[in-house]
Design a protein around this ligand. Structure first.
Ligand code: PLP
Length: 353
């Protein structure tokens, strides 16, 4: 990125993990421009073959071919619809979510978000139980009440500060969901689309969610979200709908991202660079802990990072992110960065520390 004075910046944040293949990737720009010359939008009253093409390619690349795709416009809308599907499917209405989780700002999504300050009285009417991550006994107590429609979980918490469920915990909650007829929703809005080194974050844990929600990196900045619904759940006509969702430009933006992820082998790059990042971080004594996987990373310090972030942007010209945990510096670069970019980051970080 270059500012109005000609100063160059490296973006290690990508607008909250949105920029997955880089700002203005030439293939992405060309695909969108070409589509705009044909048609940008028509409503879902008319079949759009690009949606079918996209659903097939997404299923194949992610290894999730047993799911149907509903396209919408943001992460919150994806989670809102996922929670609604869970309630339609089970006939129940309480949701279990996790401490420090973030799922968006719409009605049910914000109610499932562990932040009272962003919940209006209207949202507080929803029935949600927030339990600590990796505390199976608290989870059991809630799910055994048998009025739960869905459980929503991030494989790597984004806004919260990069905490993760353990594999045993994720597998155990998946098992309990099945036993109690509860829909397991994997919120992959931030951790999906290759960011963690696998296509989806839950794939590190060998489980199969009932519903997967996606957005952020999906469109590399074009507003698009999606809900992948396992084919064992019937999404009947009228349950889901949207005017703008799955429009021609959104489909092409997402196709372009998938094409670049595949052609440039970016999941492999994310894994390799995540490992390199963790190695380099070991040389910095002030770093208490490195969190995350692939290129969804956090550096934990024993002080608040707000000042450090300011120095990194104004003096070193590097964008980084903060988290709800104020001691965590969040690093979410495009998945096609290289080792030299990380070397620049660590040199700058050492200087400012
Ligand atoms: C895990 C997760 N879910 C949902 C959302 C909400 O997405 P959006 O801002 O596109 O509504 C976010 C946004 O930060 C997120 O990190």
């Amino acid at each position: 990125m270059t500012d109005d004075k000609g100063q160059e910046y490296l973006d290690f944040y990508g607008g909250h993990a949105v920029i997955s293949i880089g700002h203005s990737h030439p293939h992405y720009v060309k695909r969108l421009k070409d589509q705009l010359d044909k048609i940008g939008f028509y409503s879902n009253a008319v079949q759009n073959p690009l949606q079918v093409e996209l659903a097939r390619k997404l299923g194949k690349l992610s290894g999730c071919e047993a799911y149907n795709l509903f396209l919408c416009n943001s992460g919150a809308e994806a989670n809102e619809n996922a929670l609604k599907m869970a309630s339609f499917e089970t006939g129940k209405s309480r949701v279990i979510a996790f401490k420090n989780g973030f799922h968006g700002r719409t009605s049910a999504a914000v109610a499932a978000t562990d932040n009272l300050a962003i919940n209006a009285p209207l949202n507080k009417q929803q029935k949600v139980s927030i339990v600590p991550l990796n505390d199976i006994e608290s989870f059991k107590t809630e799910i055994e009440k048998d009025d739960v429609c869905g459980v929503i979980i991030e494989a790597i918490q984004g806004v919260g500060g990069l905490d993760e469920p353990t594999t045993i915990f994720y597998q155990e909650i998946a098992k309990l969901c099945k036993q109690h007829n509860v829909i397991l929703i994997a919120d992959e809005v931030q951790s999906g689309f290759g960011r963690s080194g696998k296509f989806f974050g839950f794939q590190h844990h060998g489980i199969e969610p009932d519903i997967i929600t996606i957005a952020k990196g999906m469109g590399n900045g074009f507003p698009v979200g999606g809900v992948l619904i396992h084919e064992r759940i019937e999404a009947r006509y009228g349950m889901l709908g949207t005017t703008f969702g799955g429009n021609h430009l959104a489909c092409v933006a997402t196709m372009a991202v998938l094409e670049v992820l595949e052609a440039e082998d970016l999941l492999k790059n994310a894994t390799a660079l995540g490992t390199y990042f963790k190695e380099k971080a070991k040389d910095i004594p002030q770093v208490k802990r490195v969190k995350g996987r692939g290129l969804m990373l956090g550096l934990e310090f024993d002080f608040e990072v707000a000042e450090l972030r300011k120095k990194l942007i104004y003096k070193q010209h590097l964008f980084t992110g903060g988290a709800k945990d104020k001691n965590v510096l969040r690093i979410l670069p495009a998945l096609n960065i290289n080792m030299e970019h990380l070397d620049v980051f660590f040199e700058a970080l050492k200087k400012e520390l």
